[in-house]
Design a protein around this ligand. Sequence first.
Ligand SMILES: Nc1ncnc2c1ncn2[C@@H]1O[C@H](COP(=O)(O)OP(=O)(O)OP(=O)(O)O)[C@@H](O)[C@H]1O
Ligand SMILES: [Mg+2]
Length: 254
Amino acid sequence: MLKEVNATRFITPLREGGSLPGLVEADDFGTYVLKFTGAGQGRKTLVAEVVCGELARRLGLRVPRLVTIGLDPVLGVGEPDEQVQELLRSSGGTNLGMDFLSGALGFDPLAFPVEAEEAGRILWFDALVNNVDRSWRNPNLLRWRGELWLIDHGATMIWHHNWPGAEASAARPYDASDHALAPFAPDVAAAAAELAPQVTEDLLAEVTAEIPDAWLSGEPGFDTPDDVRRAYARPLLARAAVVHERITGIEGAK
Ligand SMILES: Nc1ncnc2c1ncn2[C@@H]1O[C@H](COP(=O)(O)OP(=O)(O)OP(=O)(O)O)[C@@H](O)[C@H]1O
Ligand SMILES: [Mg+2]
């Protein structure tokens, strides 16, 4: 289970983010980036963050540690910004938090070369979860202490918006032509050989067990949160074996 903390102070909104994440302090004295359960994109965005973040971490990619953050809407009372106040008011209960990487820089492909091997592993992972949010325009990669860290996996696994079509979508190609790491000769074949065998049913069960029940219960078409967890695991398991053959738009790939 993800560590649970409670927000004690709202510090500031992070204005660059489309969903307006906030910076908060918690009762363990940690500083976290908080993604609101009441944000426009809804709780599925948070589920996607957990599934992808915890999967990527287990595949050896760097992702800030994730926690759940309990929020008392009363924290919004003194907040001058109306949009933030509204978000705080509508996000009582369980929200997503991640370690704030203090001093991290946005990834700049011109200033920071990436090895073909690492580029391949990140690109293969993005293809697996069908991440449409790692383009050169908006890389969602941070450079922290000389290394690359992955953030923002809210716009992945488009199939979770249409469960009946989920398994069919596992066969769809991934267009990598806009991917932030496409210029670094990503070695996707090596990544697939190394990572695909690690994406097992057991690993996916471990990953999906991290999703808080609160974000799964009442999902239309499912009886229990564990049924939804299995529905996340199935397309990923099927896709892992074949996705490297379905990557388009980069040299060396079909
Ligand atoms: N863990 C972190 N440590 C440091 N800075 C972070 C962290 N997470 C996010 N940020 C900063 O906040 C910005 C917004 O975060 P993120 O991309 O996750 O939000 P979003 O609302 O989903 O964004 P988008 O605009 O891509 O939809 C990032 O671009 C980055 O500058
Ligand atoms: Mg972002």
